[in-house]
Design a protein. Structure first.
Length: 199
């Protein structure tokens, strides 16, 4: 049996903070009605997979997306705080287009240019986000050798971590993770592989 862990990763389904163009981690933003339907479709997509554990960030939208996946396998959702979206400090919850533009510029600096010292206002640096997210993913690999798990996270933190771990680099920029579309990442703890970044 292979010791590689198969991780079905996905961004949470459509949520109210996204449709309202609100910036930040927004831990209590729920899914929209359309988002709940997307979560159900993600569960159907993974229904035939031998998923042994389902993980999500602690954000409500992530947990709501993970719940149908877990229910389809008669499992519970395990929230992991380190998988939350990037923190933007004093601008958390802002609807200002300039804040959203700055957030996008910072993420580009991290993913494309490798400038991990950049941050939005007094929020997290790329070093902060990359450190906590990759540590969480590495722990799951160590815990679930040879298994298949599902992981629900967020567009920016997943993009940064997986672009680094899977050596995808700037190729993922301009291809933001769609809502609730699972994609496969495999790792033995040393080598990471993502066969297809979802378009």
């Amino acid at each position: 049996m292979s010791n590689r862990v198969r991780m079905w990763c996905l961004r949470h389904a459509e949520s109210e903070n996204v449709t309202a163009a609100i910036a930040g981690a927004q831990p209590n933003a729920p899914l929209t009605a359309h988002g709940h339907q997307q979560a159900l479709r993600a569960a159907q997509t993974l229904a035939a997979e031998p998923v042994t554990n389902v993980y999500s960030s602690t954000a409500l939208r992530s947990r709501q997306t993970a719940h149908p996946i877990a229910a389809a396998h008669k499992l519970r959702v395990h929230p992991i705080p380190e998988l939350v979206e990037i923190g933007i400090g004093q601008h958390e919850g802002s609807g200002d287009p300039a804040v959203r533009a700055r957030t996008a510029a910072v993420l580009r600096a991290w993913v494309v240019d490798g400038h991990l010292h950049e941050r939005v206002a007094d929020g997290e640096t790329g070093h902060d986000v990359l450190g906590r997210t990759t540590t969480a993913l590495q722990r799951l690999v160590e815990r679930h050798e040879g298994e298949t798990v599902a992981i629900v996270g967020h567009v920016a933190s997943l993009t940064l971590a997986l672009s680094q771990l899977c050596a995808l680099g700037a190729s993922v920029w301009g291809v933001p993770l769609p809502h609730a579309e699972p994609f496969l990442v495999e790792s033995d703890g040393e080598r990471w592989h993502c066969s297809a970044w979802p378009a």
